[in-house]
Write a protein that binds this ligand. Sequence first.
Ligand code: ADE
Length: 239
Amino acid sequence: MLRFDIITIFPEFFRTVFDFGIVRRARAAGLVEIEAHDLRGWTKDKHKVVDDRPFGGGDGMVLKPEPIFEAVGHLAGASEAQALREAGKRIVLLSPQGRVLTQELAAGLAEAAHVVVICGRYEGVDERVAGALATDEVSIGDYVLSGGEPAAVVLVDAVVRLVPGALGSETSAVNESFSEGLLDFPHYTRPPEYRGMGVPEVLTGGNHGEIARWRRRAAIEKTRRNRPDLFERASLDEE
Ligand code: ADE
């Protein structure tokens, strides 16, 4: 059982987003548990203030450290990155300054017992959260979201489907995009001709060896065209 606790100022954002498809099934099967918590619940002042002006000046507000440290201490039983990591817990701060999420990072998180996800907001989060509380600072890509909430949905989805048993068959995650540093091969279904567009003949022929070779070549070709960065790093043989 992998437990996710999401710390956010918009807990309602997550009310139904995990109620579909593979994530819903994994929850129903007791493989994962996902709960969103209101950061304001860990403030101690009358107005439940979670942000403040930046030292050094500048635009925008910064999320204060105290409610976030309190929240993680309460949810994970400690508020020091070192102790948390040793206990198999991962505290993920979502921010555009993080390490970019990859299939490999998602697979690592799927092996944890407990993942606490902190959604950043406003112009930023007090750096002491990244420095001493979070075990991982993660970005979902090189663009800026208005908050970490959509990123939390992406991260949880990518991790949940890698929890053993979450996919229909245990092998289905092995043959897909990125598992070998390549994109997935192209897929086709009926009809065999649509708006003048056909289907590669090899796929309708039933020769499994030829199909496998075609798929590999097509995956390599697509990777070269759409993701030259991945293509450069892929270790491919001469053929
Ligand atoms: N918050 C704002 N932008 C983000 C991004 N790209 N990844 C993760 N969290 C974010």
